[in-house]
Ligand binder design. Sequence first.
Ligand code: HEM
Length: 419
Amino acid sequence: MSQAFKQTPPTTRDLTPKTNVADPVLWENYEYLPIFAKMRAEDPVHYCAESPYGAYWSVTRYEDIMAVDTNHHVYSSDAHLGGIIIDDAIQNDPDNDFKAVNFIAMDQPRHDEQRKSVNGITDPKNLEHFGKLIRQRTSDLLDSLPVGEEFDWVPTVSIELTTQMLATMFDFPFEDRHKLVRWSDVSTAEPGSGVVESQQQRIEELMEMAAYFADLQQSRKDKPDNIDLLTMMTHHPAMANMPPEEFLGNLSLLIVGGNDTTRNSMTGGVFGFNLFPDEFDKMVADPKLIDNAVAEIIRWQTPLAHMRRTALEDAVLGGKQIRKGDKVVMWYVSGNRDTAIFDDPDRIIIDRKNARRHLSFGFGIHRCMGNRIGELQLRILWEEILKRFSRIEAMGDPTLTKSNFVKGYTSLPVKLHRL
Ligand code: HEM
């Protein structure tokens, strides 16, 4: 196992106004954590004057990130100002007729009205209902896995289980569930990225998604009491009468929101327990620790590395002068390794007292709406793993996603050992 995954090594790079920690190559090669460590120590609110994303501020310490995330009056998420990720190329592309219009990229009051319409998905009775389905589907999948043979955990378990969960939340035809993953990828893909070749192709696929969901919606019109997300969206006044592109944007948000994040937490946990096997043993000895272990895995993994905001007015942050219109990037991945808050943060420590203080779900009005659902899936996954396997052995290092936003894995070879 590569040592860099266990402990952030020091960097010899100097910080300059050209230091662009968002360069996706640094993410693919796992070279960004040393740069964040240096920023936290030497220049915690760092200004990058020049990058393919334009100029931007990197906010790297826990408390400064919290100050931005909880101050939506100054730091906006509005799509028209660039939205919530550092790379706003899709938002700004004049050929893109399908801009992501959804509540994660809105400010008050529209954000609050739209969020309310789907918030019910996490009511305790719904979580109980989903929990049963998720447990059944998780058990079936784990029972179908090969034992003692190498296979890739990412497509076989993480992607498959997350896809099944998305289908469950939307009460989506199970046999078509892989369409959801494709639409999730397409809705955030840049032309030429390998996912879609052109803006035209992207738009065609999103039209297909719109048509599919419009059909599906017909079947929910006379069933207002169903508890799936599509029914809630169909019957809530804030969503029912919105323009079709906005309805589609919100559907995409709910699909994307729960897709890569949970998937990469599933892989992150397996990989992390291979780096710190004593922690796995601790969990086996005391399964009551699973809840806290899930929070700790989500801290350590930080499935979304950042959220971006745009300053609505001049402000001072960490002693730096931010100007109206500046792009401000909250690096959750760095805040989650801030030693001012987390002792020995590179390690997974499943009984860490303050694991739940992690930044991975954000804070403030945009705090993750699906956090309980994500945690539920991960808890059930580990509970069911412990019933079946004594160990999930990583057979090599994972390959990493080339992205400064989705912090994740494209593959992880593993071998299962039976109890
Ligand atoms: C928002 C992370 C699972 C739906 C967010 C935000 C983050 C995040 C960082 C933005 C917070 C901010 O700006 O302050 C995660 C992680 C997950 C996860 C790490 C799993 C481990 C899910 C699931 C769903 C979901 C399963 C689906 C139901 C959403 C939605 C928003 C959101 C709808 C927008 C909330 C708003 O703007 O008010 N999530 N998420 N997430 N997430 Fe999640």
